[in-house]
Design a protein around this ligand. Structure first.
Ligand SMILES: Cc1cc2nc3c(=O)[nH]c(=O)nc-3n(C[C@H](O)[C@H](O)[C@H](O)COP(=O)(O)OP(=O)(O)OC[C@H]3O[C@@H](n4cnc5c(N)ncnc54)[C@H](O)[C@@H]3O)c2cc1C
Length: 401
């Protein structure tokens, strides 16, 4: 059974299992009490407000609680994304080296989990086998690729985004930039002692290139050359295959948008970021359609695991799944009696375009507002650091009752 089932029940079960105090004490450890809520947050089964309210009811949380603080990082990255849009795909400030020092190609030994460094290889395996990696291991992967192997953070971010079930452009790209030092004051570095402190024994990496001091790690990062080391012979070929990724979902379930099934009917759209929204009360004249937009994925392929997660999540509600361009979907919906969908909280060009074009089509379309208001108070002016944003935001009053 998969670690993550794409259902509202599975999301609720995870929510009920959150232990905020244990989380605060142990979240940095790979075996710590992390929530694993991220795929449910990314795909719209839960909002940050849902998480806060459910936990707060059982265990009052003040605004300084570690869990609230970490939820805040997601809120902050959203804030940055809403201000910079596609600008988050560029380095936000100068890093340690000119951009040209970093290569775009990720080395095969890394992609095939055969670097010979247990912590790196196990983290890659975890990503491929479950679609999830603990935050600390994500930091290790990113730091190793950028600072030791001199891979550009954007190439690493695109690779990880494709395989994560929680892949989210804002949290992902801005975290990679944080590690790279293009969205923070200094690069994030780690070593074998750090791994030994936070990871179980099989991850420990003594005798590897990581088994050194922070001073040496810093020198590696300052060098414009990728580290050179000989792979142990047993690692030269003993890796694992990389799972497939694709810019479109595979499978017969996905059909071309088809006007004939919606003509004269009330249509409810479910998209990959609204999987948990019970959009509609079924009537004889209504139909629920799951949509995937070509434009959303042409630059960001997803793993088969992620496509399956999305497809299964949609199929719990939708009678048909459509895969097409914004233009095709809008044209096919033009004969519907009404069209409704959960508004898309992300800054995503194609989803916004779909929304605008459906709205321009006439009065029969509605983007439903999110059920709950945002957890954090909106901060209108752009904050270039989390600390700045955190000072200005806070939990919205209605959540503190
Ligand atoms: C290189 C790198 C890439 C990342 N890519 C993504 C991504 O694509 N999607 C994504 O959702 N998160 C990403 N993160 C942030 C973080 O690693 C994950 O949100 C977290 O590991 C998800 O697991 P969890 O739900 O068990 O987290 P928990 O520790 O249980 O935290 C609960 C929730 O708080 C939020 N949160 C916690 N830590 C962070 C953080 N550092 N940054 C932002 N939000 C946080 C998440 O929504 C998370 O689900 C990335 C971090 C790094 C270092």
């Amino acid at each position: 059974m998969s670690l993550f089932e794409p259902t509202l029940q599975a999301a609720q079960a995870r929510l009920s299992a959150v232990q905020p105090d244990a989380y605060a004490r142990t979240r940095n450890a790979l075996e710590g009490a992390v929530t694993r809520l991220s795929p449910y947050l990314t795909h719209g089964f839960l909002s940050l407000a849902d998480v806060y309210l459910a936990v707060h009811k059982r265990h009052p949380l003040n605004a300084q609680h570690k869990l609230v603080f970490e939820l805040g990082w997601r809120g902050y990255y959203r804030h940055v994304w809403s201000h910079l849009g596609q600008g988050i795909e560029q380095s936000l400030r100068k890093g340690l080296h000119p951009e040209t020092v970093y290569q775009q190609k990720i080395p095969d030994d890394f992609l095939e989990a055969r670097t010979g460094i247990p912590a790196i290889d196990l983290a890659v395996r975890s990503l491929y086998e479950t679609g999830y990696v603990h935050n600390h291991a994500r930091m290790w992967l990113a730091s190793y690729l950028v600072h030791l192997r001199k891979v550009h953070w954007h190439a690493g971010a695109q690779w990880m985004l494709a395989h994560l079930l929680d892949g989210d452009l804002a949290s992902n790209h801005l975290s990679w930039q944080w590690v790279a030092g293009t969205n923070s004051n200094k690069p994030y570095l780690f070593n074998a002692d750090n791994i030994a402190k936070y990871a179980p024994v099989p991850w420990h990496s003594p005798g590897t290139v990581l088994d050194t001091s922070y001073e040496i790690m810093h020198q590696y990062a300052l060098s414009a050359e990728a580290i050179k080391y000989d792979l142990p012979p047993s690692y030269a070929s003993a890796g694992m295959g990389q799972p497939d990724t694709g810019v479109k979902p595979l499978g017969m379930e996905w059909q071309k948008p088809d006007a004939t099934v919606v003509t004269g009917r009330d249509v409810w759209l479910v998209h990959p970021w609204s999987l948990g929204t019970p959009l509609h009360v079924k009537t004889t004249n209504s139909i629920c359609i799951g949509i995937g937009l070509i434009e959303c994925h042409s630059n960001t392929p997803w793993s088969t695991r992620r496509w399956n997660f999305v497809r299964e999540g949609m199929q719990t509600q939708a009678e048909q799944l459509w895969w097409g361009s914004v233009q095709e979907v809008v044209a096919s919906l033009s004969t519907a009696r009404s069209v409704q969908w959960q508004s898309e909280p992300h800054v995503n060009g194609a989803m916004t375009e779909l929304q605008n074009r459906l709205e321009r089509n006439g009065g029969c379309t509605t983007a439903l507002a999110l059920d709950a208001p945002e957890l954090f108070k909106p901060v209108p002016a752009y904050c270039a650091s989390f600390a700045q944003w955190w000072k200005k935001t806070g939990i919205q009053l209605e959540f503190n009752a």
